[in-house]
Design a protein around this ligand. Structure first.
Ligand code: KG4
Ligand code: ZN
Length: 349
C-alpha cells in the first residue's frame, strides 16, 4: 500500500468554485489540505416544483449568488481577497450556462488579483474528495455515483486515471430521482427513497439484472426504472407497504448491481482501496454493500462525509491546489465544456 505524502503547496490559499449544476459552491483551502471554508448554496427549493433542475433557472441563480457566496467563504475563512494565491474552477462536465458563471467569475478574480487560474474536471474533484478527510491510498478504485454520472476508475496516482466502466444509460442518482418521481415522493429523490427503503421489504420485488453488451464492467439502470414504472401502473392504491417495498427492492438492486461490478474491478485491477464519491455515496445500502466488498477483499473503503460527497468546491480546490503546484495554469481564454471525458480533458493540457 502506498500512502503518498500530502501536496507540497505550503503557504497556498486556493479559492475553489463549483457551479456545474444546481449548487453554488465556493471553498477556501489552505496548503492543499486544510478546508477553511466550504460554502454550498443549494438551489433545491427553486427546482423542486419542476421535479428536476431547470438549466436557465440554475444559471440565473448562480449569477445572483456567486458574489455573496464568495464573500461568505472569505468571511468564514477569515481571509481577504489579497490573501488568495490561486483560483480553481470546474469547467466540465456540467450545464454549460452554469459552468460559465463560475468560470467568468474565476477569470475576473484571477485577472484582478494577478493570481493563477486552473481548470478542474468535476469528476476528478469527486474522485479525490475523500482525501480531504483521509490519507490517499494508491492505486485505488474510484467510484463516482451522482445525479449525472456513474463511473468507476482505476486511479494509479493523481495524474494516472483509467476509466474502467460506466452506466450505459441512466446515472444511479438519475434512476433514484426518476423512481421517486414515479412514486410521487418529491425531488431530489435519492434521500427520500433511501429513508423509505429502510422500512420496506427488499425481497418483495425482484428485478432482472441487465447484461450490457459493451463489456463486463458496464451497467444499465434504464430497464430497472421501466420495471418500477410497470409495477407503479399496477398499483391499486390499497397496498399500504407498496411504496416502501418498491423503494427497498429498487435500492437493493442498485446497490447489488454496483457492488458486483466494483468487486470484480477492484479484484482484477489490484486496487488497494475503494473510494466512493458523489451524491449517491450518501446512500446507506450502497455504503454497507461496499463495506461488505471491501471487507471481503481486505482493502479499506474510503467515503467522504456527506458534504464532501455531494457537489462542493472543496474538492475542486483540492485538485486545483495540486494542479497549480504542478504548473497547470489556464489562460484567460479558457472555455467551459458541457461534457468532456476526464482522459481527454487532461490530455489537452
Ligand atoms: O453529486 P451530486 O450532489 O450532484 C451531481 O453531480 O449530480 O448528486 C446528486 C444526486 C441526486 O440524484 C440525489 O438524488 C442523489 O445524489 N442522492 C442520493 C442520496 N443522497 C443524494 N441517492 C441515493 N441515496 C441517498 N441517500
Ligand atoms: Zn457532482
Amino acid at each position: 500500500m502506498i500512502c503518498q505524502s500530502q501536496i507540497v503547496t505550503n503557504n497556498s490559499l486556493i479559492l475553489g468554485i463549483d457551479t456545474s449544476c444546481d449548487e453554488t459552491s465556493v471553498a477556501i483551502l489552505k496548503n492543499g489540505k486544510e478546508v477553511l471554508a466550504n460554502v454550498v448554496s443549494s438551489q433545491i427549493a427553486l427546482h423542486q416544483m419542476y421535479g428536476g433542475v431547470v438549466p436557465e433557472i440554475a444559471s440565473r441563480a448562480h449569477t445572483e449568488r456567486i458574489v455573496p457566496v464568495v464573500r461568505l467563504a472569505l468571511k468564514e475563512a477569515a481571509c481577504r481577497y489579497q490573501d488568495l494565491t490561486g483560483v480553481a474552477v470546474t469547467t466540465t462536465p456540467g450545464l454549460i450556462g452554469c459552468l460559465l458563471v463560475g468560470l467568468s467569475y474565476a477569470k475576473s478574480l484571477s485577472y484582478s488579483l494577478n493570481i493563477p487560474l486552473t481548470a478542474v474536471h468535476h469528476l476528478k474533484g469527486h474522485l479525490m474528495s475523500a482525501f480531504l478527510e483521509h490519507d490517499p491510498v494508491y492505486p485505488f478504485l474510484g467510484v463516482v455515483v451522482s445525479g449525472g454520472h456513474t463511473a468507476y476508475y482505476f486511479v494509479r496516482n493523481f495524474n494516472d486515471i483509467e476509466l474502467v466502466g460506466t452506466t450505459v444509460d441512466d446515472a444511479a442518482g438519475e434512476a433514484y430521482d426518476k423512481v421517486a418521481k414515479l412514486l410521487k415522493l418529491g425531488y431530489p429523490g435519492g434521500p427520500l427513497v433511501d429513508s423509505l427503503a429502510g422500512e420496506g421489504n427488499d425481497k418483495r420485488f425482484t428485478f432482472t439484472r441487465a447484461r450490457v453488451k459493451k463489456g463486463p464492467y458496464f451497467l444499465s439502470f434504464s430497464g430497472l426504472k421501466t420495471a418500477v414504472a410497470q409495477l407503479v401502473r399496477q398499483f391499486d392504491g390499497n397496498d399500504a407497504t407498496f411504496i416502501r417495498d418498491i423503494c427497498a427492492s429498487f435500492q437493493k438492486e442498485v446497490s447489488e448491481a454496483l457492488g458486483e461490478k466494483i468487486e470484480m474491478a477492484a479484484k482484477e485491477f489490484g486496487a488497494m482501496a475503494i473510494v466512493l464519491a458523489g451524491g449517491v455515496a450518501c446512500n446507506s445500502r450502497l455504503r454497507s454493500k461496499l463495506r461488505e466488498v471491501s471487507d471481503k477483499l481486505a482493502i479499506p473503503l474510503l467515503v467522504p462525509s456527506p458534504l464532501n460527497c455531494t457537489d462542493n468546491a472543496a474538492m475542486i480546490a483540492y485538485v486545483g491546489a495540486r494542479q497549480i503546484d504542478e504548473g497547470m495554469i489556464g489562460a484567460l481564454d479558457l472555455n467551459a465544456e458541457a461534457s468532456t471525458p476526464l482522459s481527454i480533458f487532461y490530455s489537452q493540457r
